[in-house]
Design a protein around this ligand. Structure first.
Ligand SMILES: [Zn+2]
Length: 258
């Protein structure tokens, strides 16, 4: 059995103290690969350092998170773009729209998303989308640019069944499912009952959103099986089956062949 944590921020300060312990725990739980989305220009160094330490374990993405789109967004994009041009990156991420904290930079968030999505198309890479309180706005943007070159992941999907189907209808996207699926009040399990596992990849989004029974604590990659177990229950299959299908999905989307 092998899992991939397709969205994890283990390069952050939160993991500095016990990093090697965190990784051995994850490997004991069969989580063998870690995909690392950048957040902004400041995180480039740590993401890259981890990737260079073991390129077959840590896979980097380059992108400007919508919450980091501020006055200097264009400069940040320039830095992320030159990083991406090194050719070491498996995806453009994380990018998207977030109107939960503030709406002030909505026009800039839109421009940053569209520009980064066009990089992905140009380079033949997937995009990893973060969306919070902005589904309709983001769908409008994807509607504008969707074609057979646009593909990727809607990360940390927590929407409705209707929204899940709308995303899958685009043709090139899968849903990144994390700890929220284990939250009793989130009802995400109900939204996913008729969504085949072929459309799902697993992620922790560590250090955020730890699954039940660790809700509220620091999240870490070794919790992936808790999410997989819940998906197994929803679809009435074994956890081994969930591991097999979601790992294969992740490898396909991100173009990993080992
Ligand atoms: Zn993230």
């Amino acid at each position: 059995m092998q899992f991939i944590d397709t969205h994890t921020h283990i390069y952050l300060e939160d993991f500095k103290e016990d990093f090697s312990e965190i990784i051995s725990k994850a490997k004991e739980e069969n989580v063998k690969k870690f995909f690392l989305p950048n957040i902004d220009a400041k995180t480039i160094k740590d993401v890259r350092a981890l990737y260079e330490s073991d390129p077959k374990t840590y896979y980097p993405m380059a992108g400007l998170h919508p919450c980091s789109v501020k006055e200097d967004w264009q400069e940040q994009l320039d830095q992320l773009r030159s990083e991406l041009d090194t050719g070491d990156y498996i995806a453009v991420g994380e990018i998207g729209m977030d109107l939960y904290w503030e709406k002030k930079f909505k026009p800039e968030q839109e421009k940053a998303f569209l520009e980064q999505a066009s990089w992905a198309k140009e380079k033949g890479l997937p995009i990893v989308i973060h969306v919070r309180n902005a589904f309709d706005e983001l769908f409008e943007l994807v509607d504008q640019i969707n074609d057979d070159k646009l593909y990727g992941i809607f990360h940390c999907f927590t929407g409705t069944n209707e929204q899940a189907k709308k995303i899958l209808n685009y043709g090139g996207f899968k849903l990144g499912i994390g700890g929220v699926v284990t939250f009793k009040n989130a009802k995400l399990d109900k939204a996913l009952t008729d969504i085949p596992l072929e459309n799902i990849v697993l992620e922790t989004d560590a250090p955020y959103l730890a699954p039940h029974p660790n809700r509220g604590k620091r999240n870490e990659p070794s919790y992936i099986p808790l999410i997989a177990q819940k998906m197994a229950e929803i679809h009435d299959v074994s956890i081994e089956e969930v591991a097999r299908i979601t790992t294969q999905n992740a490898k396909e989307v991100f173009g990993i062949d080992e």
